[in-house]
Design a binder for this molecule. Structure first.
Ligand code: FE2
Ligand code: FE2
Length: 308
């Protein structure tokens, strides 16, 4: 190992899928001082999530986790617990293995590219990213159902005691803004959330209705309001870097085996967040058949991002 320590990030490892079962073997620090952000969707089963995080915590100096929607899914062998209880239990389990969660004090990265607050957040979504502007949530959800685009979250997340995910999201937004406002403004932030803070990255979704389950209008100015030097997210399974208001947004997912088998996977999987990398770490190109694919390190080809 050589060089300088870095703050790195990955998400959507989905280790419960057979083709991703060994992916943790491929995520290793480049320097012994590296920190790793794990931005949700590690797995559905608690023991899979904690087992994967424990292995990563053995390797990285610090591991910071936020939940994705898959961590909140309830299965028949979950003994009737709600998703809110499952989240609380995951937080307890993370603490017992030394992994930071959205409920812990925000750590300050003081390595190269720092100092910067690393802010793990759990914000969920509130169905505000409707297909047409100003559309009511009820009509947007009805339209999505008609077009048979309904996220599994609707059946597998139990938000009780909140009446629905939007109410849980509202509570999370209030609690998180309170903590963000109290942070020392001398330092910028790395804002980490499974769901993107901005709607713009969802504009390339194959099914526009799916944006209903991807975030909330309420965070549209958070990258500016809370001095973000980078915003880290996953969930879309579209790994790439975009820039909004001069702030770098990093989608750091791996995705399902069938997805990355077709389009390639980022190398390295754990993307560098700080110090700011010299160039975007995931580059999309078109293959010979005109299909979008992630370029291998050093590979030439027209940059697809410029077409978007
Ligand atoms: Fe995912
Ligand atoms: Fe997700």
């Amino acid at each position: 190992m050589t060089g300088r320590p870095s703050l790195r990030a990955v998400s959507d490892l989905h280790v419960g899928h057979r083709g991703n079962a060994h992916v943790i073997d491929d995520i290793r620090p480049v320097h012994p001082g590296d920190w790793l952000i794990v931005a949700g969707d590690v797995a559905e089963k608690t023991d899979h999530v904690v087992g994967a995080l424990e292995r990563l915590a053995d390797r990285f100096e610090r591991v910071i986790w936020v939940p994705g929607n898959h961590e909140l899914w309830i299965a028949s062998d979950d003994d009737g617990i709600t998703s809110t209880t499952k989240y609380d239990r995951l937080v307890d389990a993370c603490r017992s293995i030394g992994v930071d969660t959205p409920e812990d004090p925000y750590p300050l990265w003081t390595g190269p590219g720092g100092p910067a607050w690393v802010v793990p957040m759990f914000l969920l979504y509130d169905y505000s990213w409707t297909r047409s502007p100003g559309q009511s949530r009820a009509s947007a959800l009805a339209g999505a159902r008609e077009r048979r685009v309904v996220a599994s979250d609707e059946f597998l997340i139990d938000p009780a005691p909140y009446p629905d995910a939007a109410a849980w999201c509202a509570a999370r937004l209030v609690a998180t803004t309170t903590r963000l406002a109290a942070l020392d403004p001398a330092h910028p932030t790395v804002l980490v959330n499974h769901w993107p803070l901005l709607r713009a990255p969802t504009e390339v979704l194959r099914h526009p209705d799916f944006a209903l389950w991807c975030g909330t209008d309420q965070t549209a100015d958070w990258h500016r309001r809370y001095r973000a030097t980078a915003s880290v997210y996953g969930h879309l399974h579209i790994p790439r870097t975009t820039v909004h208001d001069s702030v770098r947004f990093e989608e750091v997912s791996l995705g399902y085996p069938r997805e990355w088998a077709a389009r390639g996977r980022p190398d390295p999987l754990a993307r560098q967040i700080l110090p700011v990398p010299d160039h975007p770490q995931v580059r999309w190109i078109r293959d010979r058949d005109g299909l979008p694919r992630i370029a291998r390190p050093g590979e030439d080809g027209p940059d697809l991002e410029e077409e978007r």
